[in-house]
Design a protein around this ligand. Sequence first.
Ligand code: LAC
Length: 228
Amino acid sequence: MPTTLAFDVYGTLIDTHGVISVLEKFIGAQAFEFSRLWREKQLEYSFRRGLMQNYQSFAVCTRDALEYTCLVTKASLSNKEKLELMNVYSILPSFKDVKEGLEQVKKAGFRMFAFSNGSSEALELLLANANIRKYFIDIVSADEIKTFKPSPAIYRHFLKRANSAGAEAWLISSNPFDIIGAISSGMRAAWVQRSEESIFDPWDIKPTIVINKLSDIAESILNESNKT
Ligand code: LAC
């Protein structure tokens, strides 16, 4: 069975800070900090809803986090502006290294899936808009089992949906919490560290490999597989 790759979406394939140019129109220089806080809070809300078993879609976590970020930064955005931001969020761009990386992975013959907290509908739109939907056999969404990463249930769900054993499946993600979740559930995992400022959690669980750009993924996984 060829190796299976699960590509995380938000923050790995798709740049969540793609909202910054629109935010700048509304709040000027605060835009970067606002975007960072918005993303952090969105993830925190998904973690909390997972722990509380009080599921709402990832889009609800995003919308609630936007509201929180407005309150804490005292940014007075109108409802129309918030709606515009949410619309931009549904068609965010991919990172620059993504198409080349996916193209190489496809040529190498790996089985490719998109694997994300977002709902299937949201992911179909996002990936189609970024022109990368065609690379994936399927989309596996946390919404199918109404919980979020890094619950072990979601990685088990992925392996079942992809019909793959953990030892033959890799998660590719820029999100350290996702990498730790996948490794803890028996998968292998490649952390995409695009900048030196992104820090891996100093736990006793490490990524199988670290790459700096997505276009290195095919070669790095082939090298790693040859070692074992
Ligand atoms: C996702 C989160 C981790 O796409 O952003 O699943």
